[in-house]
Design a protein around this ligand. Structure first.
Ligand code: B12
Length: 211
């Protein structure tokens, strides 16, 4: 088994200690932090996802995997964030109301920070008012919304409507992401952009800031 496989298996088994030691082992050997994330930590979630879908794994088990993945992310994150010091712009981001999925959103946060963005992470289950208040408080250039459920992606439109009603919609560019959303959904609800993954999200934000 390769060292990436060992890390992926540790995530899959919700093995916190295994994740920590396999992550450190890869980094000690000089492996690129982004490869540790993509080929190890997220590869573990790729084993989990189809089993969860097929009903072979249940919510508490998947939570353990997500938490184990988080332990690895904690180790990798400082290495990414230290790569650029200056702020490239401010991004407020959160998972929309009713949705508790945050693995992908956290990854976007991490990659944006590594790109020098000042990121305000509102967490999960963020109400439309929560986004509006954060815009008033932090004056970001960009707002990012994440949704993983077909039942919560509609709350992206509700959040955009709340921004409009509060008079802050034209002060920010709004980008969206998450497995069920797409560029055509972004167009449909009037968002300014969509990105399919964290690296693309960073490129999109950089493009928006450049104008
Ligand atoms: C992990 C997981 C959970 C965990 C979440 C833990 C956590 N802390 O996030 C737990 C166990 C809690 C969970 C619960 C539920 N889940 Co769930 N979950 C998943 C699973 C297996 C993986 C999701 C994930 O983390 N993917 C990995 C990340 C890295 O990918 P990602 O989120 O897509 O993010 C990337 C991009 O989308 C993008 N991106 C993400 N956000 C953003 C934001 C912006 C601004 C941008 C630009 C880009 C961007 O960049 C990210 C990184 O590259 C998926 C299956 C799947 N294949 O997706 C189901 C899945 C999403 N869950 C599902 C369901 C049904 C549920 C539950 C309703 C189950 C239940 N009966 O209770 C609950 C809902 C709880 C709630 N209210 O939110 C369904 C959704 C079906 C649907 N179409 O709506 C899925 C698809 C599983 C399935 N049945 O096929 N889940």
């Amino acid at each position: 088994m390769s060292d990436f496989d060992s890390l992926a298996q540790a995530v899959f088994h919700g093995d916190f200690d295994g994740v920590v030691s396999a992550t450190k082992n890869l980094l000690d050997r000089g492996v690129n932090p982004l490869d540790v994330i993509n080929k190890g930590l997220l590869a573990g979630m790729d084993i989990v996802a189809p089993k969860f879908k097929a009903g072979e794994m249940f919510v508490p088990e998947v939570m353990m995997c997500a938490k184990a993945l988080g332990e690895g992310m904690k180790i990798v994150q400082p290495l990414l964030s230290s790569s650029e010091a200056a702020s490239a712009g401010t991004v407020v981001i959160g998972t929309v109301a009713g949705d508790l999925h945050d693995i992908g959103k956290n990854l976007v946060v991490m990659i944006l920070k590594s790109g020098g963005f000042n990121v305000i992470d509102l967490g999960v289950d963020v109400s439309p008012e929560g986004f509006v208040n954060a815009i008033k408080e932090h004056s970001p250039q960009i707002v990012g919304m994440s949704a993983l459920l077909t039942t919560t992606m509609v709350n992206m439109k509700k959040t955009l409507d709340a921004m409009e009603a509060a008079g802050v919609r034209d002060k920010v560019k709004v980008i969206i992401g998450g497995a069920p959303v797409s560029q055509s959904f972004a167009d449909e609800i009037g968002a300014d952009g969509y990105a399919p993954d964290a690296m693309a999200a960073k490129e999109l934000c950089a493009k928006i800031i450049k104008g």
